[in-house]
Ligand binder design. Structure first.
Ligand SMILES: [Zn+2]
Length: 358
């Protein structure tokens, strides 16, 4: 029997891989698009929610990414960015999330005349408003930004500089995202070198649309602390008559406890597998990789972290103890100072799970 959605919502959860521009409420998209003069496929909130899900469900990462043209068009002013960031926090809190990292690409939000620093500050202020309004209602949540550089187009070392300049001021780290095939992580080597020199952690989308070579570059050439998706690491794991044989890269990633930011529904939509029950999550968890559960894009996948956990529970029979392990994995992997991470784990997550019987 799978875990109950309400029970999962009550657990203190952590999400590391959630795009700010992939988590808008359909009603907010409609309102902001009207203000921005941007035309949408429909202006009925339910129909628009369905449209995003279906367009993202085509099985192609490229088609999936096209849905962002609409959300990004609604996030071109400081007011709009602030509102989307505030609602990001409120929606995560409503799902029981206690710590989240919101990733987004500041350079995609300059069409209305904002500078990259104004954009980062608008998101910072929106996250702060959301945290304050949640705290006032008794739900403590911490949300930080990851600034993202898009991998197609020319590399933007200025985005990496933002991660250094706003370190500890809402920005927790850096990421690269977007079309993976043909755009290897090493194209951004200058950004990664700059971040390493300045002791700023980063994650890299790798092993989603492209395979093991992309993950290898992200970890070994670029120095990523976490892997965004990394799901195709299973291609470096062979089934043998008496178990599984890990290739050198898979063994390195497991031995070094490099976190995998796995996003089951998103991967089903982009065609990595046919159903969550076929998702490599089951094998990677069984082999004790540092697996974490994430939504990627709540709007496009019509999901929440609780829903992703429920789907995994249905697919693989996970119980509360397993969800507790995934959550601790995510908390340990957060780009958040060690003392605060410890306090999150000892004072919030462990007692919260204990109250629910885990
Ligand atoms: Zn992603």
């Amino acid at each position: 029997m799978s875990l109950d959605l309400d029970a999962l919502r009550a657990l203190p959860k952590v999400t590391l891989h959630d795009h700010l521009d992939g988590g808008l409420r359909p009603a907010t998209v409609i309102e902001l698009a009207a203000e921005a003069g941007h035309e949408l496929p429909t202006t009925d909130p339910d129909a628009l929610g369905d449209w995003f899900f279906e367009a993202a469900d085509s099985g192609s990462l490229v088609r999936y990414l096209e849905t962002f043209d609409h959300t990004i068009a609604c996030m071109q002013s400081a007011d709009h960015l602030r509102r989307v960031a505030r609602e990001f926090v409120e929606d995560q809190a409503a799902d029981g999330v206690v710590y989240a990292e919101a990733r987004w690409a500041p350079t995609q939000h300059l069409a209305g005349g904002l500078s990259v620093t104004q954009a980062v500050e608008a998101v910072r202020d929106g996250l702060a408003e959301g945290m304050a309004s949640c705290a006032a209602r008794g739900h403590r949540i911490v949300v930080q930004q990851l600034v993202t550089s898009m991998r197609h187009g020319s590399p933007r070392p200025d985005v990496a500089r933002l991660a250094v300049d706003y370190r500890g001021d809402s920005v927790a780290g850096f990421d690269i995202a977007g079309a993976e095939d043909g755009f290897p992580p090493s194209l951004h080597a200058e950004s990664f070198a700059y971040l390493r020199r300045n002791n700023v952690p980063f994650t890299i989308h790798a092993g989603e649309a492209f395979g093991v070579a992309s993950i290898w570059e992200a970890v070994q050439l670029c120095g990523a602390s976490r892997i965004g998706h990394g799901v195709r690491l299973v291609e470096d794991i062979a089934r043998t008559p008496d178990g599984h044989q890990l290739g050198d890269l898979a063994a390195f990633i497991r031995d070094r406890r490099i976190p995998l930011e796995l996003c089951p529904s998103s991967n089903v939509q982009t065609g990595i597998c046919d159903a969550v029950s076929d998702h490599p999550f089951g094998l990677l968890a069984e082999l004790r990789f540092r697996v974490t559960v994430n939504c990627d894009n709540r709007l496009m996948s019509r999901t929440t972290l609780s829903r992703e956990l429920q789907l995994l529970s249905e697919a693989f029979g996970y119980g509360l103890e397993d969800v507790r392990w995934f959550t601790l994995n995510a908390a340990k992997s957060a780009f958040y100072p060690y003392d605060r991470r410890r306090s999150l784990i000892e004072d919030v997550i462990k007692p919260g799970f204990a109250r629910q019987g885990a």
